[in-house]
Design a protein around this ligand. Structure first.
Ligand code: ZN
Length: 416
């Protein structure tokens, strides 16, 4: 591809990147409680010294296998991008080019997962030591194999599509960007009905005062909810959680079965937070921004592949042996975009918290709920800067409780 072709892609990339920044800049709720008095987050205000120490010990214990696994993933991706390792491994495969690409993705994923396996076992052992995991090794292995299968299938489709487009079109980045956008939207839409049931069973919350109250609250909130689903999370974890997934016809509010043991007002507060996500269409919005990011990723892949191909030992991206370098670049891009996603996510989560407080007007129960979740999930109460940037998709529990205090002051009601 000539210089003119690269310049066109470069301009498209800059325009799309700037567009994403403007959209995110204008739509992110930078202030969840405008005009509210600042309240500093303080773990010691709500958690005992024992709870804080336990969270720190758990953080240290999981941090070692966690960081080693991340490091291994990045080193493996770096080798696929900067050395001919991928091309060599794929070079031995036989069959039509697309079969070689699919097999190549499978082989590389299996190699990487095999290298990471002992670290996964280590991590799971820590979870069991702390009573957070309820799985046996058979079910743990089954889960892991299922996620590898799903990841490999999705990655395989993406890489085959990129190579196919590159073999067919000189300016393959245009259909690749459109395809990346469409695939992201489609995957997010079908996620609750195709992928989630692979791991969990879901049932409608049984009739009773809790269900009646939750649906009444949704109605009061102006968010149409026909059902609340309960996931059988207890066969995997003792953690407490709830979430919204899908959009349009596949949107659902899901609570972990573990959560139903909590006092009813606290469950209502969790669901009030999820109603905040549903009411603001956070899943659809996140999907659309993510899809734009995926389209930008396709353009960047086109732009960086020129310099990368020689190091990766392939002639062009249309070379089926390029699959390894493509996978490596996708992994690096996912890692690099994580902090930005977390940064925006924390603000969206704070808005859902503000929504829960406005809807229930109950900051005391809100704080009790946050305390219960953080204690049960052994959440990091004071993550260091690196952990916060890399992993924190939500504000910390002390930050969320501080927000409840701030809300209480703003609204002149007794705070936690
Ligand atoms: Zn949330």
């Amino acid at each position: 591809m000539g210089r003119r072709g690269r310049r066109q892609a470069g301009v498209a990339g800059v325009v799309l990147g700037a567009g994403i920044l403007v959209v995110v800049g204008l739509t992110t709720p930078w202030q969840a409680l405008p005009g509210a008095p600042e309240v500093a987050a303080d773990p010691a205000a709500d958690f005992t010294a024992g709870q804080i120490a336990r969270a720190q010990a758990f953080d240290t214990a999981t941090g070692v296998p966690g960081y080693l696994s991340l490091g291994l993933t990045l080193v493996f991706a770096g080798l696929l991008v900067a050395t001919p390792l991928g091309a060599r491994i794929l070079g031995v495969l036989r069959g039509p080019w697309w079969v070689r690409v699919l097999l190549g993705v499978l082989v590389l994923t299996v190699v990487e997962e095999a290298l990471r396996w002992p670290l996964g076992v280590w991590f799971e052992t820590v979870l069991r030591d702390y009573g957070l995991s309820t799985q046996d090794w058979a079910s743990w292995t089954g889960d892991r194999l299922k996620s590898i299968a799903i990841n490999t299938a999705l990655l395989g489709v993406m890489v085959v599509a990129v190579v196919a487009l590159a073999r067919r079109f000189r300016r393959w980045w245009i259909p690749a960007a459109a395809g990346a956008f469409a695939l992201t939207v489609a995957a997010s839409f079908v996620y609750p009905v195709v992928f989630e049931p692979v791991f969990n069973d879901f049932r409608s919350m049984s009739e009773g005062p809790l269900r009646t109250n939750l649906l009444a609250m949704a109605e009061r909130d102006g968010v149409p909810v026909e059902d609340v689903l309960v996931a059988d999370a207890s066969r995997r974890t003792t953690a407490l959680n709830a979430y919204v997934s899908g959009f349009g016809a596949t949107r659902r509010i899901v609570v972990y079965d573990n959560l139903l043991k909590a006092p009813q007002p606290e469950v209502e507060l969790v669901v009030a937070h999820e109603l905040g996500h549903a009411g603001e269409n956070d899943v659809l919005y996140g999907t659309l921004v993510g899809a734009l990011g995926a389209a930008l990723g396709a353009i960047l892949l086109f732009l960086v592949f020129g310099p990368v191909r020689r190091r990766a030992g392939v002639t062009s991206i249309a070379d089926w042996r390029a699959a390894g370098a493509i996978l490596g670049l996708m992994t690096l891009a996912t890692f690099l975009s994580g902090p930005a996603q977390n940064f925006v996510s924390r603000h969206i989560e704070a808005r859902a918290d503000a929504h829960a407080l406005n809807l229930t007007r109950d900051p005391v129960t809100f704080a009790a709920m946050q305390k219960r979740l953080a204690t049960a999930n052994i959440s990091d109460l004071s993550p260091d800067a690196v952990e916060y940037v890399l992993y924190a998709s939500h504000p910390t529990a002390p930050e969320r409780i501080a927000m409840a205090r701030s809300w209480a002051k703003l609204n002149g009601v007794p705070g936690p």
